[in-house]
Design a protein around this ligand. Structure first.
Ligand SMILES: C[S@@+](CC[C@H](N)C(=O)[O-])C[C@H]1O[C@@H](n2cnc3c(N)ncnc32)[C@H](O)[C@@H]1O
Length: 321
């Protein structure tokens, strides 16, 4: 009953910059309340709530970040999840308040929540700030999974990988780091490729801008799709997988990074929550390994294997014979 309260306390503390302020050192409630532009009593209640949740420590009257908060909740930390938290606070939290309508009508809630229509990513990227928040969210969460996805299968037979819809490039970077001889390309919409430059600078990941539904795909022996299949309707998935299959040489591969549902669809809970999230904000859904295998076989792929990685995203590899 109160899980949403806990989430909202963390979202609000991140959004008000509590963890960023405390990155400089411990402070008391009065000093923090001035930065937060809040009354001291209400600010102290939020701070004490964070202490109770294990996000802050309190010594006497001074609050400090826990190790976990310093790693994941401070915006400048290299491991920060603040992007996904802010995206959850500003976008997902209001959209989830219409879950009942999403279930009844079977579709996303962009129009109901924010009053506008258009292509899926025109919502995510409506303003520069929206785009930044979303992509930083993808980056923070992606970093937790990409090294495990890159290591889920032996990819050493492939000479060139192209990560389609790769956002900041965390998966392309993880594969490039694991396979030093493999060339790596990051392909995404032009406005995202511009944003990706700061994340891929100094690496050997090449950047290519384009639309994976309409433009020629960069040449590669291995394509990757991280959290792409779960965004789209069956028609669009069929079109995208068909284009990838046509672009691959014989022996080429397609690696998916997605959270797998159990075969009996009884769990894991995080995958079901994500599937409902997809209902609320995309055209897509989460799937089990067999369900992905069916989509891949229909596109022509064979030798389809799935691996649970233990990270937030699992991996599926399919080969074009
Ligand atoms: C859910 S995000 C996943 C990003 C990344 N693969 C990851 O796992 O962090 C979807 C990505 O697909 C990209 N995208 C959406 N439509 C696209 C299109 N038509 N062509 C190329 N990229 C697209 C978005 O810009 C975004 O980076």
């Amino acid at each position: 009953m109160e899980a949403f309260r806990r989430s909202k306390v963390m979202f609000t503390a991140v959004s008000m910059g509590v963890f960023d302020l405390l990155a400089a050192g411990p402070e008391d409630a009065y000093a923090l309340s001035l930065h937060m532009e809040a009354g001291e009593d209400a600010a102290a209640r939020l701070l004490d709530g964070c202490v109770a949740l294990g996000l802050l420590e309190k010594n006497g009257s001074l609050y400090a970040n826990t190790e976990m908060a310093a790693r994941y909740l401070v915006r400048d930390s290299p491991h920060t999840l603040a992007g996904y938290i802010l995206y959850s606070d500003r976008v997902l939290y209001p959209m989830w308040s219409h879950l009942d309508a999403a279930v009844r009508e079977g579709g996303h809630r962009w129009k109901q929540t924010f009053g506008f229509e258009g292509g899926l990513f025109s919502h995510f990227f409506k303003t520069e700030q929206d785009k930044r928040t979303f992509l930083l969210g993808m980056h923070g969460l992606g970093q937790l999974s990409s090294p495990a996805v890159a290591g889920a299968f032996d990819l050493s037979a492939f000479r060139r990988v192209a990560d389609l819809g790769g956002a900041t490039g965390h998966l392309a970077l993880a594969i490039a780091a694991r396979y030093p001889d493999m060339e790596a390309v990051l392909f995404d919409l032009p406005e995202v490729i511009e944003f990706a430059r700061e994340f891929t600078a100094g690496s050997r990941v090449q950047l290519v801008a384009g639309d994976f539904f309409g433009d020629a795909l960069p040449e590669a022996g291995l394509y990757t799709l991280g959290r792409i299949v779960h965004d789209w309707s069956p028609d669009k998935i069929e079109a995208l997988l068909g284009r990838i299959y046509a672009a691959l040489p014989a022996g080429g591969g397609l690696l998916l990074a997605e959270k797998l549902l159990d075969e009996d669809l009884a769990g894991p809970a995080a995958a079901h929550m994500q599937s409902l999230n997809m209902l609320v904000c995309t055209e897509g859904r989460e799937r089990s390994f067999s369900q992905y295998a069916e989509l891949l076989r229909a596109a022509g792929f064979s030798e389809i294997r799935g691996e649970r990685t233990g990270a937030p995203l699992d991996a599926v590899l399919a080969i074009k014979k």
